[in-house]
Design a protein around this ligand. Structure first.
Ligand code: NAD
Ligand code: TYD
Length: 358
C-alpha cells in the first residue's frame, strides 16, 4: 500500500481516553491525516482531559461507548468507513483484577470478541481489502513470570498468565490469533512491557509514587520490593505501534520493551531522588522516608523482561528514551500537572485505595 494512503488511514482507537491510548492518539495525530475516531466508555481510567486540545480538529471524533456494544461498534465502523482498529480498551490494573475479576473478563475477553466479530463482518462486506488492520495491544504479563536467571520473553514463549488480568489478556490474544488463522482477518498483536509517562492514572506504581510523594503519603512497596519490571516510555511504545501498523504483515506478533529492567525498590528510590532534586516544597524530605513495606500482592509475578530482537530486526524499531531520561520527564510532568491528577483523587479512588492498602 502506498505511503500516501497509509497516512490516510481511518482509525478507530478503542480506549483512546486512557493512558497509552491518549498518548497514541496524540502521536498518530502529529504524523497522519485520515481519521481518528476514539471509542471509550470513560470508566474511572478514562479521562477526556487526556485528549484536550484535539476537539477542534477535523480528523478527530470522540464517542462515549462500550466495546461490548455490538450495534454501536458496527454502526461506527460503517458510518466512519473505518479501515483500522487500534485496540487499547481494557481493564488494565492487576490489583483491581484480584479484587474484582468480572469486569476484566467482560471488557478484555467479551469486548475484544465483539470488536473482532464486528470488524470481520465490516471487512467482509467491503470485499476483504488488503489494507485493513486490527492491531491488538497486549502485555508481557501473558507469558507469566521469570526467575532471575531466565532469558527474556520472546514471541515464542508459551503463555502462562498468573493473574485474572493477564489471563483475560491472554484470552483476548488467542481470539485475535484465531481470527487471523480462521478467517484471514488482517490482525496484528503487540505485547509490551510496563509503560510509564504522562497521563498515567495514579494507581500504577510510577504515577502513584509521584503523587504520594507530592502529597506526603506513604509509598507502599509490595513484599520485599525485589520484583523486577521492564519499563517502556510511553512515547517509545507509540512509535513502535506506528511502525507495526505501517510495516508489519498481517498475522504477526511483536514484543515491545524498554530494555530497562529494574527492581521495584530501586525504581522507587530513583523517583524519590528525582523528587528531592526537582520539587522544592515536598511535605516530607527526603522522600525516601515515606517508603513503607506492605503485604505482598497475591500471586505476584517476580520478573518480566522482553526480548525485542524481532521488532528490531524486522521493523528497525528500538526504544530511544533511557529509564533515567524517561523518569525525569515523568516526574517533571507530575510536578507541573497537579491540575490533571488532583481531580482524579475522588471518593471512588480513596475507597479503592483504602481497600487495597488499609
Ligand atoms: P488504561 O486503564 O489507562 O485505559 C483503558 C481505557 O479503556 C480507559 O480510557 C477506559 O475508559 C477504556 N475502557 C475500559 N473499558 C472499556 C469498555 N468496555 N469499552 C470502551 N472503553 C473502555 O489502560 P492503559 O494503561 O492505557 O492500557 C491500554 C492497553 O495497553 C490495555 O489493553 C492494556 O492491557 C495494555 N497494556 C498496558 C500496559 C501498561 O503498562 N499500562 C502494559 C502492557 C499492555
Ligand atoms: P503495576 O504498576 O501495578 O504494574 P504491573 O503489576 O502490571 O506490573 O506494578 C508494578 C510493580 O510494582 C509490581 O511488581 C507491583 C509493584 N507495586 C508496588 O510495590 N506498590 C504499589 O503500590 C503498586 C501499585 C505496585
Amino acid at each position: 500500500m502506498a505511503e500516501a494512503r497509509l497516512n490516510q488511514r481511518r482509525v478507530l482507537v478503542t480506549g483512546g481516553a486512557g493512558f497509552i491510548g491518549s498518548n497514541f492518539v496524540r502521536s498518530w495525530y502529529r504524523q497522519q491525516g485520515g481519521l481518528l475516531l476514539v471509542l471509550d466508555a470513560l470508566t474511572y481510567a478514562g479521562n477526556l482531559e487526556n485528549l484536550k486540545g484535539l476537539e477542534e480538529s477535523v480528523i478527530y471524533r470522540f464517542v462515549r461507548g462500550d466495546i461490548c456494544d455490538r450495534t454501536l461498534v458496527s454502526r461506527l465502523l460503517q458510518e466512519y468507513a473505518i479501515d483500522t482498529i487500534v485496540h487499547f480498551a481494557a481493564e488494565s490494573h492487576v490489583d483491581r483484577s484480584i479484587s474484582g475479576p468480572e469486569a476484566f473478563v467482560q471488557t478484555n475477553v467479551v469486548g475484544t470478541f465483539t470488536l473482532l466479530e464486528a470488524f470481520r463482518t465490516h471487512w467482509q462486506d467491503q470485499g476483504k481489502p488488503d489494507h485493513f488492520r486490527f492491531l491488538h495491544v497486549s502485555t508481557d504479563e501473558v507469558y507469566g513470570s521469570l526467575g532471575p536467571d531466565d532469558s527474556a520473553f520472546s514471541e515464542t514463549t508459551p503463555y502462562a498468565p498468573n493473574s485474572p488480568y493477564s489471563a483475560s489478556k491472554a484470552g483476548s490474544d488467542h481470539l485475535v490469533r484465531a481470527y487471523y488463522h480462521t478467517y484471514g482477518l488482517p490482525t496484528l498483536i503487540t505485547n509490551c512491557s510496563n509503560n510509564y509517562g504522562p497521563y498515567h492514572f495514579p494507581e500504577k506504581l510510577i504515577p502513584l509514587m509521584c503523587v504520594n510523594i507530592l502529597l506526603g503519603k506513604p509509598l507502599p512497596i509490595y513484599g520485599d520490593g525485589q520484583n523486577i519490571r521492564d519499563w517502556l516510555y510511553v512515547e517509545d511504545h507509540c512509535t513502535a505501534l506506528s511502525a507495526v501498523l505501517r510495516q508489519a504483515s498481517p498475522g504477526e506478533t511483536y514484543n515491545i520493551g524498554g530494555e530497562a529492567e529494574v527492581k521495584n525498590i530501586d525504581l522507587v528510590n530513583l523517583i524519590c531522588e528525582l523528587m528531592n532534586e526537582l520539587a522544592p516544597d515536598l511535605p516530607v524530605r527526603p522522600a525516601q522516608q515515606l517508603i513503607t513495606y506492605v503485604s505482598d500482592r497475591p500471586g505476584h509475578d517476580h520478573r518480566y523482561a522482553m526480548d525485542i530482537s524481532k521488532i528490531r530486526a524486522d521493523l528497525g524499531w528500538r526504544p530511544s528514551v533511557t529509564l533515567a531520561a524517561g523518569l525525569r520527564k515523568t516526574v517533571i510532568w507530575y510536578l507541573q500537572n497537579r491540575t490533571w491528577w488532583m481531580p482524579l483523587l475522588s471518593e471512588e479512588y480513596q475507597r479503592y485505595y483504602q481497600k487495597i492498602y488499609g
